[in-house]
Design a protein around this ligand. Structure first.
Ligand code: NAI
Length: 350
C-alpha cells in the first residue's frame, strides 16, 4: 500500500520509541529508514523496524548510549558508539567527521561498537551535501563464502561513496559486496522460483539454483569482491580492534547483548587538492558526459550512481507516498512492539 512519507516516518518513530529508543534517536533512525524506502532500498527500510524494536526492547541496543568523539591525531578520531542504535551513532559520527575534514582537510574516523546502521549511503550523502567527498565501509554479520571457501566468513560488507556536483545532483554509490542480498533469496523461495547459480552456494560450497539449499552468499566478481570484503573487514574491524571476519556478531543470535560492530569514514575536502568550485563543475560535466554515452541494447540510457534511487524517490513523491508491504503497515499501526520472532535464530533469521 502507499503511505505518505511523513506518516510512514512518524509510524516508525513511534514504534521505535515505544520499544525504548529516545525520541531523538527514534527520529533520526526513522528518517534514515524512510530515506531507504523512498529510494527503493526496501531491504533497509520499514521491513527492519520489528527486528530493531525487538532488539531495543530486549536491551541489545543501548537506548541511553554515551557517545564520545575522541580525536587521536590531527585528522583521525574514534567515535565510541557504546552499543547504541547504529543510525544516530553514524549520524553524529559523520557530523564530527565533516567538521574535522573541514578543519584538517581529511578525516579518518572509526566508529566502534554500534548496532546495525542500515543504508550507509545516507551518511556519505551528508558529507557530499557539505561539498565533501566521502567513503564509508562497515561490517555486517558473516553469511558470505570467501572465494574458494565452502563456509561463510565475511558479511555483506557494504561500501558507499558520495561526492557533490555543481548542481542538485549528488553521486551516492552504495552497495553490498555480495551479488544479491539474502532478502532476494527469500523472495525467490516464497515465489518457488530458482535463483541464478551466481548468487549463492549450498552446504558443500557448490553454486546452487535452489533457494531452499542456500547456505551462504557469493561475493561480487569472485576473488575481486572477496578482496573488497576483506578490505572492508580490515578497515572497519581489525583496524578498530573489534571482532572481525567470522567472529563478527550475528544479527539474530542474542538480542539482549550489543553487537560491537565497526564502521569507518574517510572524508576529504576537495579544497585541499584542487579549486573546490572547479571540482564540483567537473563532477557535473563528468555526469553529463557519462549520461550522454550511447545506450547499449536493452538500456534507455546510462545512469550515474545514485540517479536511479533518486528517480524512485521522485516517483514516490509524485504518487503521494511510498509503497509499503501491507503486513508491515499493519504491524506499524498496531500496538505490538514485537512478536519474539528474531531472537536466537540463525544468520538468515530462521
Ligand atoms: P543495489 O544493488 O540496489 O545498488 C548498488 C549500487 O549500484 C547503487 O549505488 C546503485 O546506484 C548502483 N546501480 C544499480 N543499478 C544501476 C544502474 N542500472 N545504473 C547505474 N547504477 C546502478 O544495492 P545493494 O547492494 O542491494 O545494497 C542495498 C542497500 O543495503 C545499500 O543501501 C547498502 O548500504 C545496504 N547494506 C547495508 C548493510 C549493513 O550492514 N549496514 C549490509 C549490506 C547492504
Amino acid at each position: 500500500m502507499i503511505v505518505e512519507r511523513s506518516k510512514l516516518k512518524e509510524l516508525m518513530k513511534n514504534k521505535l520509541q515505544k520499544a525504548g529508543l529516545s525520541p531523538e534517536h527514534a527520529e533520526q533512525t526513522a528518517e534514515i529508514l524512510t530515506w531507504s524506502d523512498e529510494r527503493g532500498y526496501h531491504s533497509h527500510g520499514a521491513v527492519r523496524v520489528e527486528y530493531y524494536s525487538e532488539r531495543i526492547f530486549k536491551g541489545g541496543i543501548n537506548n541511553q548510549p554515551n557517545f564520545k568523539f575522541e580525536k587521536t591525531g590531527p585528522a583521525s578520531a574514534i567515535f565510541h558508539g557504546d552499543n547504541g542504535c547504529g543510525y544516530p551513532a553514524s549520524v553524529e559520527a559523520m557530523k564530527e567527521s565533516i567538521a574535522l575534514a573541514k578543519e584538517s582537510g581529511v578525516a579518518v574516523v572509526g566508529i566502534e561498537k554500534i548496532s546495525h546502521s542500515g543504508s550507509i549511503g545516507y551518511y556519505v550523502e551528508m558529507a557530499a551535501k557539505e561539498g565533501l567527498v566521502a567513503l564509508c565501509v562497515c561490517q555486517s554479520d558473516p553469511m558470505v563464502v570467501p572465494y574458494g571457501g565452502a563456509e561463510p566468513f565475511y558479511g555483506t560488507n557494504p561500501i558507499a561513496f558520495g561526492a557533490p556536483t555543481a548542481d542538485e545532483r549528488i553521486v551516492v554509490f552504495d552497495m553490498a559486496t555480495t551479488v544479491q542480498a539474502w532478502g532476494k533469496i527469500l523472495d525467490k523461495r516464497s515465489r518457488k522460483e530458482p535463483i541464478p547459480d551466481t548468487w549463492a552456494v549450498d552446504e558443500s560450497g557448490h553454486p546452487t539454483t535452489d533457494p531452499n539449499q542456500v547456505n551462504a552468499l557469493l561475493p561480487i566478481a569472485g576473488p575481486k569482491g572477496y578482496g573488497l570484503m576483506m578490505m572492508v573487514d580490515v578497515l572497519s574491524g581489525i583496524l578498530l580492534g573489534l571482532p572481525y571476519g567470522h567472529n563478527v556478531s550475528s544479527m539474530y543470535h542474542d538480542l539482549s547483548v550489543g553487537r560491537d560492530l565497526g564502521q569507518l569514514y574517510i572524508v576529504i575536502d576537495p579544497a585541499r587538492f584542487t579549486d573546490p568550485q572547479s571540482f564540483k563543475e567537473n563532477m557535473s560535466k563528468s555526469l553529463d558526459e557519462l549520461t550522454s554515452v550511447k545506450a547499449a541494447p536493452g538500456f534507455d540510457r546510462v545512469n550515474y550512481p545514485g540517479e536511479r534511487a533518486n528517480l524512485r524517490r521522485k516517483a514516490y513523491e509524485d504518487q503521494g507516498g511510498i509503497e509499503i508491504v501491507d503486513d508491515i503497515y499493519e504491524y506499524l499501526i498496531s500496538d505490538d512492539i514485537h512478536f519474539d520472532r528474531y531472537d536466537h535464530k540463525n544468520r538468515f533469521a530462521e
